[in-house]
Design a protein around this ligand. Structure first.
Ligand code: ZN
Ligand code: ZN
Length: 618
């Protein structure tokens, strides 16, 4: 059962505003480590213990002492105790809230501590609820430090109406010329997809700093307006490392991998030191493009540094090497890593599984359990992939087993798992179950074009053209267009990209010449086009030409022109390889005696001597 390669291993969350504007940053533990002065110690001997407090149990003991000695009534003492409960990783936000209600005259500093804790919690809306509570029930009034926290909470939720309400408070209190607050307003509006308002606020910032520019650019990136972000970036006269990170990470997160890599190279030429997040993103771009040379270069770059690579970078390297089909390198990195978390283990298990080493993957999984690392959903996908690749499921009747696995999974099957089941239905021609799963998926992900295409393929297989037409109507209605298939090939460290019917490549003429030659050879070998997956209403001859110009075929032709005989051709495709391209590539590998490795959205295909490693199940 093919499962999509999980990308969650290396995806990086968009930069947060506190990373974007270090000058007026906020963080969960904003306060520096607290060291009581001799004066305070002599005044309140009990609080001496606070600086060494490690658990809530210790805190409650200290709290009890402050009550019995009567010093809890001093706001300074109360704020220290509340601060531990609210902000420490060992604290308890509920306890902090209880403490707050026991303070006779709380001040804004104490209130801000609690708002901060809520804004960074899993329920950021509590920050807003608490804020309205103190406005109604206490004399505490917000100050300049309160609003960045409230706006952060609104961005996290995200809620435009709450954000607008907070904005009006900022305005009423006469704080709308504070750059630090305006920056957070820009972020709030862009997080709530209200780019126009974000730009309006941005334009009114009296003295824009670097942070303001970076936040605005990041907002454009988040909303997919890459060209506007790029315009700003190009217009910046002083770009710092954060500006570069915003642009590069933005490209990668919007699947514009080539542009991300190009900008990364420019960054290095300008001698700007890349941050960890940029390196992780670039490695993710390399794995999407199959750009192993570039990925290798980053490994070398990291090895030259004294700090070596972190768990995050190590995991990204494992993922990159695995997805470039080089498990040995991935294993080398994995064994070298001193510290391994669940993501590192999952990356390696997945890496082995997608490269057809199912047994090794399952062994590693048991090793992982022995080490006491708790598997998560990503690990689970790897294990399912491993079962598939070692033929465990196929032996026993793929679909029944897959259905059983899905029903007994510890978590509710998500779209990834259902998508895999749908694909399995297509492979096995089970249109009945396929239709059922397909409809379920469309409800879950009404904007995912790939789901429509797969269901449409299933209908087409059973010749139900009326259903195909109906589905296409739904797609049109909902404004969903099919993602164009594109293939990448790495030739001498440069990535060449091809889409179907591509004639933009400088060597286009040669490529089509080579394709014609290949077609002649194929016909001589008895090839007949497989048109089951051409869904357009064309006549047979047109269908054949349409298939002939699929992006991976163009990439293969280009690979032939630009590589020495006998060398392996490596291609990466963003979608699933179609049945025709699959059988053509098998034949080509035999006729030309060439190994061709194609990595599609779900699988590795190692074509050699007329057959494929996936055994025609993909
Ligand atoms: Zn194709
Ligand atoms: Zn294959």
């Amino acid at each position: 059962m093919p499962l999509p390669m999980p990308s969650s291993l290396t995806t990086v969350a968009p930069l947060q505003v506190q990373q974007l504007c270090p000058s007026n940053s906020i963080s969960l533990t904003q306060n520096p480590p607290w060291i009581p002065t001799p004066y305070l110690l002599s005044k309140y001997p009990t609080i001496h213990h606070l600086s060494s407090c490690k658990t809530m149990k210790q805190l409650t003991q200290i709290h009890a002492q402050t009550i019995t000695t009567g010093i809890f009534h001093d706001n300074f003492v109360a704020s220290r105790i509340l601060s531990f409960a609210a902000l420490s990783p060992h604290g308890s936000i509920n306890y902090a809230r209880l403490l707050f209600s026991r303070i006779c005259k709380p001040d804004v500093f104490i209130a801000n501590t609690l708002i901060r804790a809520y804004a960074f919690s899993l329920n950021p809306v509590d920050a807003i609820l608490f804020y309205t509570h103190i406005l109604e029930h206490s004399l505490v009034r917000p100050d300049i430090h309160t609003f960045p926290l409230l706006l952060k909470a609104c961005s996290e939720i995200p809620s435009l109406s709450l954000g607008q309400a907070i904005h009006s408070h900022v305005f009423k209190l006469g704080l709308s010329s504070q750059v630090s607050i305006l920056n957070f307003l820009v972020q709030m509006y862009s997080s709530c997809s209200s780019l126009e308002s974000a730009k309006l606020v941005f334009d009114r910032i009296p003295e824009c700093d670097d942070a303001s520019w970076n936040i605005m650019m990041c907002g454009y990136m988040k909303c997919g307006r890459l060209e506007l972000a790029r315009e700003m970036f190009d217009g910046m006269w002083d770009r710092n490392v954060v500006s570069w990170s915003v642009m590069i990470n933005g490209y990668v997160q919007n699947s514009r991998f080539k542009e991300g890599l190009e900008l990364f190279r420019e960054m290095l030429v300008k001698k700007v030191e890349p941050s960890e997040s940029v390196l992780v993103n670039i490695l993710s771009a390399c794995s999407h493009l199959g750009a192993m040379e570039q990925g290798k270069w980053i490994e070398g770059f990291l090895r030259k540094k004294e700090s070596g690579f972190t768990v995050r970078l190590g995991t990204a390297l494992i993922d990159m090497y695995s997805k470039c089909g080089c498990t040995e390198k991935a294993l080398e990195i994995f064994h070298e890593m001193e510290e391994k978390n669940v993501l590192a283990w999952s990356a390696m298990i997945n890496g082995l599984a997608i490269n057809g080493r199912g047994k090794d993957a399952l062994n590693l999984f048991s090793e992982m359990e022995m080490f006491g690392a708790k598997p998560n959903e990503v690990t689970f996908i790897g294990v399912l992939n491993a079962c598939n690749h070692s033929g465990f499921i196929r032996r026993t009747g793929l679909l029944d087993e897959a259905e059983k696995v899905i029903k007994t999974m510890p978590m509710k099957p998500n779209s990834v798992i259902l998508g895999a089941l749908l694909n399995a239905c297509r492979i096995h021609g089970n249109t009945q179950l396929g239709e059922q799963v397909g409809k379920q998926l469309l409800e879950l992900e009404p904007n995912h074009s790939g789901r429509y295409v797969l269901l449409s393929n299933i209908y087409a297989l059973s010749g139900r053209w009326d259903c195909v037409a109906e589905l296409r109507g739904v797609m049109r209605e909902r404004g969903i267009s099919k993602i164009p298939g594109c293939s990448f090939i790495d030739v001498g460290g440069a990535i060449h990209e091809f889409v179907a019917w591509d004639n933009t490549h400088p060597e286009s003429e040669k490529i089509y010449g080579k394709l014609e030659e290949i077609s002649r050879e194929l016909k001589l070998a008895g090839y007949k086009a497989n048109m089951s997956e051409v869904l357009l209403d064309m006549d047979e001859e047109e269908k054949e030409t349409a298939l002939c110009h699929h992006s991976e075929k163009l990439a293969i032709a280009f690979g032939f022109i630009n590589s020495k005989p006998g060398t392996t051709i490596r291609i990466t495709k963003n979608l699933r390889v179609c049945a025709d391209c699959h059988s053509v590539t098998k034949l080509i590998s035999k006729i030309y005696n060439r190994e061709i490795v194609v990595r599609d959205r779900c699988h590795f295909h190692h074509f050699r001597d007329g057959s494929c490693s996936c055994m025609d199940f993909w």
